[in-house]
Design a protein around this ligand. Structure first.
Ligand SMILES: C[S@@+](CC[C@H](N)C(=O)[O-])C[C@H]1O[C@@H](n2cnc3c(N)ncnc32)[C@H](O)[C@@H]1O
Length: 448
């Protein structure tokens, strides 16, 4: 679709030196580095851009993506989000807009879309700060991941995005997490102290590599460096992490303040289970204390406890979106962690093995999740396939075995309470068509 190149406007005038340093960096080092031909091997699927996730946490499970849906990917970089969204919405009447200040980043994203033969994206090289002049209208979904923390005034950037968000629209924001990046900021400062104004980007990269080779074991970056993988793989990752001309990070309370100032509320954190302190503290001692805390307080505690949350990804909207209910029999449950088939196998096996013990531990992305197991839970989970409504699940499970509907319902409700709080289980209304899984979406490409 149409490609517009926009002349630098308001976005450039604001703090022009830094803005152009940021643009120059992403022109020379598009980030994250992506090889378009890899589209044939895998589909990258950022959780927050999954339509199931958006529907559950943003639209009460009732959004039919077969209806017109306007999407903006602001600072789309090398294309992870825009490609995933366009792939999911390939056969829908959605309008997807990509914006980025870097022509070379956009070229990588376009090549990826081309490899997938995606023709449903409008491309534009422009600053998100210029959105008021671009006249693109308002959007049902905005993704802005890893961008606002590189603006001189992130609040101004968020205000501009909020202005183009539809009244009932939702937005994904990813910003850096402060505590996990403590060592990063120390190393950035150290590198600045060692460089001179005349240094070329290549000289900066060499100096950073030399320094990394010589860091003493006591250095703060050394302690946490396992958290940061791609700086060791190439120039783009190294520059982005340690030589960026402009970045800032947020603690959980700062992130809440940031969104509140824009008149937004946080519906959900991606990887919410990593923020919950309960799994990391001795339950008996802390449960009464944590029970008194708001989500904001608990997550602030969780961030400090974990020490590993290097980014925060949140879904925000003007008003907190009502969550779908597990007691609404017309809802269709699905599991976020895997395809329904894989999830069924994993959870069902776990509950069967451990139903005597009554407790199962499921490990997911570094956090462990403990849930009560029982024969009724195993019986109900057998029918959670991403297609059946709750009513159909309970009817099928009751017919197949010895469990009463009430027992099945109670077991699944408790299971859902554990998983959904952590963003691992979704509900959508049965009138809304099922979204294909990532494997199914990718399979389409190989069949073409
Ligand atoms: C760290 S990358 C993230 C890319 C992508 N959002 C992702 O998550 O993979 C930051 C991107 O923001 C873009 N960017 C920075 N400032 C921008 C602005 N004012 N308007 C639009 N894009 C911007 C950069 O060119 C770069 O591609």
């Amino acid at each position: 679709m149409v490609i517009g190149a926009t002349v630098p406007g308001a976005g450039e005038q604001q703090g022009s030196t830094v803005a152009s340093a940021v643009r120059d960096q992403y022109e020379s080092y598009p980030y994250p580095p992506r090889e378009p031909l890899e589209e044939h091997a895998r589909l990258l699927a950022p959780v927050a851009d999954s339509l199931d996730f958006l529907n559950h946490f943003g639209f009460g499970g009732r959004r039919d993506f077969g209806e017109p849906f306007r999407v903006l990917v602001a600072g789309g970089g090398t294309g992870d989000s825009v490609v995933f969204l366009a792939e999911q919405l390939r056969n829908d009447p959605a309008e997807i807009h990509y914006l980025d200040i870097s022509a070379s980043s956009m070229a990588v994203a376009q090549s990826r879309a081309q490899e997938r033969r995606l023709e449903n994206i409008c491309w534009q090289q422009a600053s998100l700060l210029d959105l008021p002049q671009l006249g693109l209208g308002r959007f049902n979904y905005i993704n802005c991941s890893g961008v606002l923390h590189h603006l001189q005034d992130p609040d101004a950037g968020l205000a501009v995005l909020t202005d183009v968000l539809a009244d009932d629209g939702v937005m994904t924001l990813m910003v850096y997490g402060q505590h996990a990046r403590t060592g990063v900021y120390q190393l950035q400062e150290l590198l600045r102290l060692l460089e001179s104004d005349a240094d070329t980007p290549d000289a900066r990269l060499s100096r950073a590599r030399e320094l990394l080779d010589q860091l003493p074991g006591s250095n703060w970056f050394q302690h946490g460096k396992a958290l940061f993988g791609d700086y060791a793989l190439g120039d783009a990752g190294l520059y982005d992490l340690l030589l960026h001309s402009q970045d800032r990070a947020y603690t959980v309370p700062e992130l809440y303040e940031f969104t509140r100032r824009a008149g937004l509320s946080i519906n959900q954190f991606v990887d919410a289970h990593e923020y919950e302190p309960a799994g990391r503290l001795d339950d008996k001692l802390w449960t009464p204390v944590l029970a008194q805390q708001s989500r904001e307080q608990r997550y602030a505690i969780g961030e400090l406890l974990a020490g590993t949350l290097k980014t925060h990804t949140v879904l925000v909207s003007r008003r907190p979106a009502p969550l779908p209910s597990i007691d609404d029999m017309d809802m269709v449950p699905s599991l976020a962690i895997a395809s329904p088939v894989e999830a069924y196998a994993q959870f069902h096996a776990l509950t069967r093995q451990t139903q005597q013990a009554g407790q199962a531990i499921f490990r997911h992305r570094g956090a462990s999740l403990s849930f009560a197991t029982s024969a009724p839970l195993a019986a109900a989970l057998k029918y959670v396939d991403g297609d059946r409504s709750l009513d159909a699940i309970y009817r099928a499970a009751a017919r197949a075995g010895k469990h009463r509907r009430q027992a099945l319902q109670a077991a699944l409700r408790t299971f859902y309470a554990t998983l959904s709080r952590r963003g691992l289980m979704y509900l959508r209304h049965k009138g809304v068509p099922r979204c294909p899984t990532v494997a199914e979406l990718h399979g389409r490409l190989s069949k073409d």
